[in-house]
Design a protein around this ligand. Sequence first.
Ligand code: HEM
Length: 128
Amino acid sequence: MHELMRWGGPVLATRIRFAAEDVEVGGQLIRAGEIVQPVLVSSNHDPREYPEPDRLDVTRRPAGRGEGHVGFGHGAHYCLGAALARQEGEVALRALVERHPGLALDAEPEWMPMPGMRRLARLPLRLG
Ligand code: HEM
């Protein structure tokens, strides 16, 4: 589940933040009052953290502690529903794959035009 969230999580960026004071992040000065919007999908595909970041590899393990990726955000505003969302995903995907071991993509997925989010409009599958 961690690798699925890293590779293709639905939330692309956090809500916007305003810097409360001058702060330097990665050599970049952000002045008090300026707007910042961390792009989660970019961090989750950072090749310094994840070799071949665009490859989905469910055997990939985070280098440090915890889940590694930031698909559920980070810090004080970390997603309150993360544990529930992970459980739901695991239960649903396991049930689907167990019931249909020959499950396969039948046509290209269609995506909803939603800025900041990745949501499927249509996922044509062949049930095996
Ligand atoms: C796959 C499903 C989900 C994803 C990818 C997701 C992702 C996120 C992310 C990235 C944030 C941080 C936003 C930010 O920093 O601006 C967030 C916050 C939050 N999420 Fe989720 N979420 C999911 C499911 C849920 C569910 C199921 C619930 C509730 C049952 C939930 C409740 C919340 C709440 C209340 C916050 C705000 C926390 C705060 O601001 O302190 N989320 N979520």
